[in-house]
Design a protein around this ligand. Structure first.
Ligand code: ADP
Length: 633
């Protein structure tokens, strides 16, 4: 019955949120396991929270923290790291913000302080989060752990010579100032204040707490030695001075501890602000630049900035065994992980669930939990950018495929009508010649032959275009790309122009005869043929048609210029649509099928290029398209 009630509550669409606190304590695994079991029973959201303080962890504690974090992850927890020294306060803040309903902690959260005992961790947390249920998991190992921690705490603090010199200088300086005060008969209470100020200053400018303690003690002794009768002796007449010294020592000490804490907090928050800034900068840059190589560069640069060490990014497998392993397994590797833990570097995948886009190699062996969580958030941003790039490529491919689908269905409908006209012409003329040959004059016969020839050439070109369009059939573009000489491909196209070209001045303007590009030579030659054929179709006789080719940065640009009728702006977009023809006064009066430019566009786009129209000056049109140069393929 009891089980039933629990599972009914548990099925409540994950409204329960269980928060467990991770620590480096040996008892923490027990707490995590208990919390994970509870999360399962309640079907709850499960978060493991680590509060990273400004204190440096020992190697043992770091290892335990890593193991505990991994255990929480294995048990399905979302790992969150928050920075701050006031652990119960940070836990309560996060619990409220994330709407946690239950907090599970061990007794290890309590840390005895050297100078005063703060309210018990659990009591403080209860006080701060009165609306959240708190479960405490007791543990016997705790005593042992606290014992170990005491040993750690009594290790000799680190002292630097520089800090010692700074402290001595400050104490000498205030002693000199106090001597002047003394000469000016200023009250000794003011001298005490100056010494307290000096101790606070020392606490702020030095790194170790030992300087605060020693300078508090020294300031009392110096004050006694120089300014209290008997001078130049540590003896004291009268007991009220002893009280003064104790109070002076305590005030100096507390003031310096507060100053130190303030400094640490300020440093921590400025570091945090810097790192958050790096992260924001990264997401801004990623939005700005969408190409793959730009994403690589931005990610690498920002990670370098965040971690202040060398970072490499690989988008493909290489001869580094660990990089390849990360690509195959989509998991972290290197130091601080269990995979290739002997490596001095840290490896992370930039990935989504299905795909590893890149692998980063971080040449740093100390990465804090806070840095790690930012790092992972940054890599998530970067993975999103890679994903976006991949999707836009896929979209382009799909668009081409979709166009082909449309192409096929409209093709058959339109074609049957348009083929009839020239075929009727050819068969009619042939019949005339067969039946009435003797009655037709030689001149008339010449005219009929020419008409039959023109019609059949028109049909041949049409069939040629149709055949090419069907090469784009079956959802697959079958380009036979090979390295071709641009000049040869243009000559090939011009050689098929037929008798009509004699009525025009056809010029070629090829910048460099050695220009080469990877292309399907037959299709590109057909594109050039169509463009030149159009140029002649829509221009008056005896005008010039120029076919040009030149290298533009990494591309080769091929253009066809005419001095014809030109194309109105409103038609410029549409003429590439299949079967779209403009009502144009065509010189030979034959109606176009509207296939030529559609094929040109499809072929150029299948080569990864784009076809453009510009007005020629003073008259006519320029069609141009770009192909990737040899080096770019
Ligand atoms: P078609 O020439 O068979 O009609 P196209 O697809 O080749 O089909 O061309 C579509 C339309 O674009 C043509 O009907 C014509 O009006 C216009 N056009 C193409 N090339 C030129 C050009 N060089 N000058 C003027 N108009 C042109």
């Amino acid at each position: 019955m009891h089980d039933k009630i629990i599972s009914m509550t548990g099925n409540n669409n994950k409204t329960e949120h269980i928060l467990v606190c991770i620590s480096s304590s040996p008892s923490n695994p027990k707490v995590i396991t208990a919390a994970s079991e509870m999360a399962k029973v309640y079907n709850a959201l499960f978060t493991a929270l680590y509060i990273e303080t400004s204190k440096t962890l020992t190697e043992d504690n770091k290892k335990r923290l890593y193991d505990n974090t991994r255990l929480a992850k294995q048990n399905g927890a979302k790992i969150v790291t928050v920075n701050g020294d006031d652990i119960p306060f940070q836990v309560s803040q996060y619990a409220k913000a994330s709407r946690a309903t239950k907090i599970i902690i061990g007794r290890s959260g309590y840390k005895p302080s050297r100078f005063f005992t703060p309210p018990n961790f659990i009591d403080k947390l209860i006080g701060l989060t009165p609306d959240i249920e708190i479960y405490v998991i007791p543990d016997k190992a705790q005593k042992l752990y606290i014992g170990q921690k005491h040993n750690e705490q009594f290790k000799l603090p680190k002292m630097s010579l520089k800090d010692a010199l700074k402290s001595i200088t400050v104490l000498i300086a205030v002693t000199l100032i106090s001597s002047i005060f003394r000469m000016l008969n200023i009250d000794e209470a003011n001298i005490i204040m100056i010494y307290i100020l000096a101790v606070v200053l020392i606490a702020y400018i030095t790194d170790s707490k030992i300087f605060s303690i020693v300078s508090s003690l020294l300031s009392v002794m110096i004050f006694n030695f120089f300014f209290i009768i008997p001078y130049h002796s540590l003896e004291v007449y009268g007991s009220e001075y002893s009280v003064t010294f104790v109070i002076m020592f305590l005030v100096a000490l507390f003031a310096s501890i507060i100053a130190k804490k303030f400094k640490e907090q300020a440093e921590l928050s400025s570091l945090k602000a810097y790192r958050t800034e790096v992260m924001l900068e990264m997401s801004q840059k990623l939005q700005q630049f969408g190409m793959k190589n730009e994403i690589n560069e931005v990610t690498r640069e920002q990670l370098k900035k965040l971690l202040n060490c060398n970072v490499d990014l690989f988008t493909n497998k290489n001869d580094d065994e660990i990089v390849n392993w990360v690509f195959d397994n989509n998991q972290q590797a290197g130091n601080t992980t269990e995979n290739f833990s002997q490596s001095v570097n840290f490896y992370l995948p930039i990935s989504n669930v299905n795909k590893v886009f890149a692998v980063v190699k971080i040449e740093k062996n100390e990465i804090s939990e806070f840095e790690k969580s930012l790092l992972i958030a940054m890599l998530r941003e970067s993975a999103l950018a890679y994903e976006k790039d991949a999707i836009s490529q896929l979209k382009n491919e799909l668009m081409i495929k979709n166009n082909q689908e449309e192409l096929r269905s409209t093709l058959l409908r339109a074609i049957s009508h348009d083929l009839r006209t020239p075929l009727t012409g050819i068969s009619g003329y042939a019949e005339l010649l067969l039946k009435n040959s003797s009655k037709i004059t030689d001149n008339k016969k010449q005219e009929i032959y020419t008409d039959i020839y023109d019609d059949s050439i028109w049909l041949l070109n049409l069939v040629e275009n149709l055949l090419s369009i069907t090469r784009f059939d079956r959802n697959e573009i079958t380009l036979k790309k090979e390295s071709e000489s641009v000049s040869d491909v243009i000559s090939e196209a011009l050689s098929h122009l037929g008798r009509k070209k004699d009525d025009f001045i056809i010029k070629t303007k090829i910048e460099d005869e050695t220009l080469c590009a990877k292309m399907d030579g037959k299709l590109i030659s057909q594109v050039i043929f169509n463009l030149v054929d159009n140029a002649m179709k829509y221009s008056p006789c005896n005008t010039t048609v120029t076919v040009g080719a030149k290298a533009v940065t990494d591309y080769i640009e091929i253009s066809v210029e005419d001095e014809g009728n030109g194309i109105k702006d409103e038609d410029k977009e549409k003429i590439f649509d299949m079967f779209y023809t403009v009502n144009n006064s065509i010189t030979d009066g034959r109606r176009g099928l509207g296939l030529g430019l559609a094929l040109c566009k499809a072929v150029v786009e299948a080569h990864g290029g784009e076809i453009e129209i510009k007005d020629n000056s003073p008259k006519g049109t320029i069609f141009s398209f770009k192909l990737k140069g040899e080096a770019n393929e």
